[in-house]
Design a protein around this ligand. Sequence first.
Ligand SMILES: [Zn+2]
Length: 285
Amino acid sequence: MFERFTEKARRAVFFARYEASQYGSPEIDSEHLLLGLIREHKALYRWLPRTDFQTIRQRVDEHLPKHPSIPTTVDLPLSDGAKRVLKYAADEAEQLEHRHIGTEHLFLGLIDEEDCFAAQLLREGGADPTSIRSQLADSSEKQSMPGIYESIRTRRFGSISRGAIEIHGVRRSAERVRDAVQRCHMYSWHWDKRAWTNVDIVVARKTGKVSFDLRLAEDSENFELVKGGWKKDHCLICRWELFESQNDADHGTGYTNGHDWMCAECYAKFWEHPDFFSSSYSDIT
Ligand SMILES: [Zn+2]
């Protein structure tokens, strides 16, 4: 379960276990995860402008019943809520295309578990998940870049080491956007303008895992066809959400090669102007 966790994220869970034992809790809950997280990674306070460790500790103290502490040698399980937090953290990492799950993703995972007390404390503390996600998208870990990209990059895209491009009003790292654009240009896809509509999927009955290969549904004992089960996609370049919507053209319409999607803004900016990064179109700031 913790293979993809960074060292810091593992330590945060370790501290959460310690906190749970101090409160005499039979399981590790989301409030313990919160305490473990901010104990391990103080820099997370930059996302909590309206609170501090003492306040959070005090609020948790008031909220949680206190039982005699449990020896730390006793192995405590994660509560269902805490398991969901870890799952949401993994989802957040995936959305950002990060290989590793770090304390930042755990932080977002806690906010995503909306009904828990920890999420309430984070909201009270001023946490803004949308802004956090866009900060994380900008400072993303570099993806390893095979040599072929490198040569295309310098021939066609010039070299950029800093700067930002605004897409949908969000500033994104110019280098990261350029990398995504050049990956698109490596293939001669035809992009067609389409309204995004929900997509049929097949779900494996045993594991709940999803496939777009509808032929699997013929094996109805093991697979279930879910009409319109896929509810959104993300722009290949800027991760803008595309979903079915009659009255929101920005989200409801994009360009597709039948497999991937690009938002209209990225299409107009980068696809219609392939020399964006080395020309006067460039509005990198
Ligand atoms: Zn886009």
